[in-house]
Design a binder for this molecule. Structure first.
Ligand code: IPM
Ligand code: MG
Length: 367
């Protein structure tokens, strides 16, 4: 198979982790005789520094002509406490999502058994958790009208949803639930918000087309509590942009670390694959970031954008076997376990590549 992949490293540890994600894709291409052609483009703070624009036209043009995108992270601490800066790294990411029509963000919360002890949640509560989030990605307060009035002393962000925006992501969530445990939990705040009341009404209507899938509604505050109280009670979670942003960071603790969670943003065109973690400037340049979220994002790309299930499965197996052997980056190391070997970013990438080789030679995967 011949495919064009654009790498967008972005800022902070984005640079370090996408390098490992790309290396895994190169390994897969070699092992399974595919031709992946890579190019790279600027986004975020790096793009502002070079061009003054967090999503330069040149980047957008490349993205519109590629088969899939592997993205790192955007952000820089200098913007976080300075509201006067009008051009911001995150605008690049948001504009890219909107321009490419990436309205559905899939965030699988998959717990590797080896990491049961890495979480701050009790193992007996966690074991067997397997949740797939569908976070709406191009609507809500993120894209509603925003502004200031009263000489800047009043600020607002409009929470807004249109029927078609809810319908299209709801269909994706129900279709996915059919291939899993056939349960959708729709999360909203319909006891307070009008946009949530429309959300609930539309999701209930869409559910009628999937009578084999069970639908339940939860308010976001209760869902936040139940996620860590009984994570096994969830299968597919369907929610809006803001609630999904918050709940998936929370849910990352079910998988042990933000450094483990991959995501896929899809819509009607090209797919974008990215870790859910951010630029993490506190550890940038130290070479200790966990590249597994980027590597698992590459696996999602192989599966969803290219339909290469065996290849995707071999990446996931390689990660599993790496963890089984006790290899850990600092974020998933547990002080309690003796047999763990602490690795840096590049060493973790090496180990996964080595495991892919082993899987190929042992032919434990039937091609
Ligand atoms: C995410 C991030 C982004 C978001 C930021 C960087 C704009 O937190 O992808 O979850 O809020 O969507
Ligand atoms: Mg987030």
């Amino acid at each position: 198979m011949k495919k064009k992949i654009t790498i967008l490293p972005g800022d902070g540890i984005g640079q370090e982790v996408t390098r490992e994600g790309k290396r895994v894709l190169e390994k897969i291409a070699l092992a399974f005789e595919h031709q992946f052609e890579f190019d790279e483009a600027l986004i975020g703070h790096a793009a502002i520094e070079a061009t003054g624009n967090p999503l330069p036209d040149e980047t957008l043009a490349k993205l519109k002509a590629t088969d899939a995108i592997l993205f790192g992270a955007v952000g820089h601490p200098k913007y976080d406490n300075d509201p006067t800066l009008k051009v911001r790294p995150e605008q690049g990411l948001l504009k890219m999502r909107k321009e490419l029509g990436l309205y559905a963000n899939l965030r699988p919360i998959k717990l590797f058994d080896e990491l049961l002890d890495a979480s701050s949640i009790k193992p007996e509560i966690l074991k067997g958790s397997d949740i797939l989030f569908f976070r709406e990605l191009t609507g809500d307060v993120y894209f509603g009208e925003k502004g200031r009035r009263d000489e800047g002393q009043t600020a607002y962000d409009l929470m807004i949803y249109q029927r078609f925006e809810i319908e299209r992501i709801a269909h994706k969530a129900f279709a996915a639930a059919r291939t899993r445990k056939k349960k959708v939990t729709s999360v909203d705040k319909a006891n307070v918000l009008e946009s949530s009341r429309l959300w609930r009404q539309v999701v209930t209507e869409v559910a009628k087309g999937y009578p084999d899938v069970q639908l339940e509604h939860q308010f976001v505050d209760a869902a936040a509590m139940k996620l860590i109280q009984s994570p096994r009670s969830f299968d597919v979670v369907l929610t809006g942009n803001l609630f999904g942003d918050i709940l998936t960071d929370e849910a990352s603790q079910i998988a042990g670390s933000m450094g483990m969670l991959a995501s896929a943003s899809v819509g009607d065109t090209v797919g974008l694959y990215e870790p859910i973690h951010g630029s993490a400037h506190d550890i940038t340049g130290k070479g200790i970031a966990n590249p597994l979220a980027s590597i698992l994002s590459a696996a999602l790309m192989l599966d969803i954008s290219f339909g290469l299930k065996t290849e995707a499965q071999s990446v996931i197996r390689a990660v599993e076997q790496t963890l089984q052997q006790g290899f850990r980056t600092a974020d998933i190391a547990s002080a309690a376990t003796q047999h763990e070997k602490l690795l840096n970013t590049v060493q973790m990438g090496n180990q996964v590549v080595k495991e892919i080789d082993r899987i190929m030679t042992s032919k434990s995967i039937t091609v």
